[in-house]
Ligand binder design. Structure first.
Ligand SMILES: [Fe+2]
Ligand SMILES: [Fe+2]
Length: 297
């Protein structure tokens, strides 16, 4: 029996609420709001976010993964609006979220920020820290990491830190022993060299080593706003990583909006992941099939 998972990322839901830049003033937010007004506003279209809701609902996946950058400048005015959008997407039990750097663009107190997404990041396995969280759905273990932390003005870097990495290693071993398909969700690309300087995960080499040493069936991420597939390699083992473009990117951009549908199954004792890429098309006023491929099996 297959397990189906929808994956999208980098919603960057617009438009920016009025006064978002100056509410709880931070210089970085004002710069971010100017960037939105002059540039990003024309690229991230709210109409595509609406079409995304419809298309995911039409496919009735068994679970949905959203790998971060819900907001644009982490304004306290953005979080309630994003929560309302997530509630329209589906129940928190059905949708898993991992924060992106834009969701921690500047320091925001949890109750005015990420707490709005807390039900979508609540694990159902007892863990010692909020991240990684684990959600068990049939024979699939969804493991959510938090790579988002406030950085200086020109940095879009991310970091997991030693505590999160330590817990991840223990969890991966435990879930392997229990026979789960292990799917890791993270906003930043998980391997070294996968993102430009000042946009990368600073502890990507350490994460890559853990993923390869303990084994993972699939890593999914966002952040680069482009379609990508990588093998993370270390010590003669390798792990597949799939990145998606922004889910609201206009059709005339280099990398128009896409979302992926993963069909996970087991054949002769081997896990197999069939990937269906759906791409935004203006002429169809919706998402259409773009490419299919299979990982493993
Ligand atoms: Fe993004
Ligand atoms: Fe990002």
């Amino acid at each position: 029996m297959n397990f189906t998972l929808a994956h999208f990322s980098d919603l960057h839901l617009g438009p920016l609420p009025r006064g978002a830049a100056f509410h709880a003033f931070r210089f970085k937010r004002v710069i971010g709001a100017a960037s939105w007004a002059f540039n990003r506003r024309k690229k991230h279209l709210p109409g595509i976010a609406e079409a995304l809701l419809r298309d995911i609902h039409a496919h009735r996946p068994q679970h949905v993964a959203f790998t971060g950058d819900a907001t644009n400048i982490a304004s306290p005015l953005e979080f309630p609006r994003l929560r309302a959008w997530l509630d329209r997407l589906g129940h928190p039990e059905w949708v898993s979220f991992t924060p992106g750097n834009h969701d921690a663009y500047v320091p925001v107190s949890p109750e005015k920020g990420l707490a709005y997404f807390a039900p979508f990041m609540a694990g159902d396995m007892k863990t010692e820290a909020p991240f990684p969280y684990v959600r068990l759905r049939r024979n699939v273990a969804l493991i959510g990491l938090n790579s988002a932390e406030p950085r200086w003005l020109h940095s879009a870097e991310g970091r997991l830190g030693p505590t999160q990495r330590h817990h991840l290693r223990l969890l991966l071993a435990e879930l392997r022993a229990k026979g789960f398909y292990r799917l890791v969700m993270i906003h930043h690309p998980p391997g070294p060299g996968m993102a430009a300087r000042l946009r990368a995960l600073t502890d990507a080499p350490e994460l890559r080593n853990i993923l390869c040493e303990e084994g993972v069936e699939l890593v999914i991420h966002g952040h680069n706003h482009r379609r990508e597939f990588h093998w993370l390699e270390h010590n003669n083992s390798r792990v597949p990583a799939i990145g998606v473009p922004s889910a609201t990117m206009a059709a005339d951009a280099h990398h128009p909006a896409e979302w992926n549908l993963y069909e996970i199954s087991r054949h002769k004792g081997q896990w197999q992941t069939r990937v269906h890429i759906r791409k935004w098309q203006d002429a169809a006023a919706g998402f259409v099939p773009a490419h299919d491929f299979v990982v493993g099996g």
